[in-house]
Design a protein around this ligand. Structure first.
Ligand SMILES: CC(C)(COP(=O)(O)OP(=O)(O)OC[C@H]1O[C@@H](n2cnc3c(N)ncnc32)[C@H](O)[C@@H]1OP(=O)(O)O)[C@@H](O)C(=O)NCCC(=O)NCCS
Length: 153
């Protein structure tokens, strides 16, 4: 295990009081960030909203929507200066375990075609590219395709 991962971290449910912090990370790491309202609505809707916290520092978050047989990861983010240290993988693994415990048969997510680092993480975790949504995301120059990825549980 990477020595960084031996640091004590907690994965816990997201609270409304986390949103100011989350939105600062969100704006730092996404060109087209979610609004604070998108996060607040996700909590209100009862989605699986989790944060990754090291001591008092919130370093990442993930949101997953559950339906009877499927789970959909809606967003996953790690603060810029914490990226590349295994935290994204840890948080995604936590969401996958949650989906398994809820008896989901598969986990789906969408990723921008240009987001190679995220797609690489998902492939390493066993996700497979199963479809493409043409022009799904806004982009700096027009629109960008989304790769739909699935992990069979
Ligand atoms: C994508 C993201 C969640 C990954 O989290 P992370 O903590 O940086 O990634 P990890 O350190 O857990 O990396 C896990 C694996 O992903 C791959 N990976 C992660 N960042 C990478 C990069 N910049 N380049 C290449 N591969 C990368 C590595 O293969 C790594 O595998 P390894 O452990 O064998 O080295 C994070 O980088 C992030 O928040 N990015 C910006 C927002 C975003 O794109 N979110 C996903 C939207 S679908």
């Amino acid at each position: 295990m990477n020595s960084t991962l031996q640091t004590i971290v907690e994965i816990r449910p997201m609270q409304s009081s986390d949103l100011d912090h989350i939105i600062r990370i969100e704006r730092e790491i996404f060109l087209f960030p979610w609004s604070l309202g998108n996060f607040a609505d996700s909590i209100k809707a009862g989605y699986v909203c989790q944060v990754l916290q090291q001591t008092n520092t919130l370093i990442g978050y993930g949101i997953m929507m559950m339906s009877p047989e499927e789970a959909h990861v809606l967003t996953l983010g790690i603060a810029a200066n914490w990226q590349g240290k295994g935290w994204g993988k840890k948080l995604l693994q936590h969401l996958i375990e949650y989906a398994k415990s809820a008896h989901a048969k598969s986990v789906f997510l969408d990723v921008r075609e240009s987001n190679y680092s995220a797609a690489r993480l998902y492939k390493k975790m066993g996700f497979r590219h199963i479809a493409t949504r043409k022009g799904y995301y806004p982009a700096m120059c027009g629109r960008e395709d989304a790769l739909v990825m699935q992990l069979m549980l």
